[in-house]
Design a protein around this ligand. Structure first.
Ligand code: COD
Length: 301
């Protein structure tokens, strides 16, 4: 089990370098992250995007002018080219650059040229929160907008397999809602109950899934005691499944902006690991995401 990104980066360093295909690479933060992963010996990159914008940035971030650039000024086409480089096996990891998430994901989901596997693709965020003893994972605050209960099941399966690949053998999972009572007027509580029942019926890998459960009970045993709730995951949660993208996005951004957390973001369920962080993420956060993508992929494949 990993408690910090330093540990993950140290682990990945031992596994040999990978090639990253960067979609719309004309972004200083992305290029600084590439410089960082080169320096620690994790990866090299092929930069797809507007060469006239990328070239002057290479020197600014300290990247060699020998770094491979594939010129494509059109953003949609650049994303498609970056995906096809991965599909053709010239790179092992795909990374989002200066492009809107939806446009990037559409290139990934392209029926013929994308990286589909037949599984649902989903986003997994990993947060190193100051003062917490382990990483907290949140899904899906980045891809599936308003998942059905069947889609939530697939999102949970993707994430639980990824957590197990990271060495968390029995993930503690909270299916997040606004309280612990099943209420037909709050569909998230009904879905949470269904997922917990699916878990009891053995439809998930090893792990403990509880829900409906509110954030206070999920993260604090005192809150659970105070509310008179018996919980096996309270205060020890590895993974939070959020009811919709807005909840996941806001929860993740609150951890970053109010609690100084470090975040990594990856997309699961595709043929290859995909790094998808917010455009405002720091170079260090982007490097952490690359390390996480490499870790999950090398342990699953
Ligand atoms: N996994 C696998 N296939 C999918 C998925 C998925 N998660 N989502 C859609 N598909 C397939 C569908 O089955 C269909 O065949 C095709 O893709 C198109 O489906 P639509 O019409 O639902 O797809 P789009 O293009 O309208 O939307 C897909 C996006 C992933 C682009 C969309 O869901 C989206 O914009 N998500 C939010 C991304 C975002 O803004 N994140 C912000 C936080 S960083």
């Amino acid at each position: 089990m990993y408690c910090s990104y330093d540990e993950i980066v140290a682990e990945i360093k031992n596994r040999g370098q990978v090639m990253i295909s960067v979609a719309v690479a004309q972004d200083k933060e992305v290029l600084s992250a590439i410089k960082m992963v080169q320096e620690v010996g994790i990866a090299q990159a092929i930069l797809v995007g507007d060469a006239a914008l990328i070239t002057p940035m290479l020197a600014e971030v300290g990247l060699s002018n020998e770094t491979k650039i594939i010129h494509e000024a059109d953003i949609t086409k650049a994303a498609q080219k970056a995906v096809s480089i991965v599909k053709r096996g010239q790179a092992q990891v795909l990374m989002k650059g200066l492009i809107n998430s939806s446009d990037f994901l559409r290139a990934v989901l392209h029926k013929e040229e994308g990286l589909r596997t037949g599984r649902l693709l989903s986003h997994l965020g990993a947060f190193e929160i100051p003062g917490q003893k382990k990483l907290l994972f949140i899904t899906d605050g980045g891809m599936n907008i308003a998942p059905t209960v069947e889609e939530k099941k697939e999102i949970l399966l993707n994430s639980m397999l990824a957590l197990q690949a990271m060495g968390i053998k029995e993930p503690h999972v909270a299916v997040l809602t606004a309280n612990e009572v099943v209420n037909g007027k709050m569909p998230a509580t009904v879905d949470a109950q269904t997922l917990t029942q699916m878990s009891a019926a053995g439809q998930f890998p090893l792990g403990i899934i509880e829900g409906p459960i509110a954030l206070d009970v999920a993260v604090s045993q005192d809150a659970a005691k105070h509310k008179g709730i018996t919980s096996k995951v309270s205060g020890n949660v590895d993974l939070i499944l959020v009811p919709n993208i807005e909840t996941g996005n806001a929860l993740g951004k609150s951890l970053i902006y109010f609690a100084n957390s470090k975040m990594a973001g990856i997309v699961l369920g595709a043929t290859h690991p995909i790094v998808m962080t917010s455009r405002s993420e720091t170079p260090e956060g982007k490097m952490n995401s690359i390390a996480l993508a490499c870790l999950v992929n090398s342990n699953i494949s």
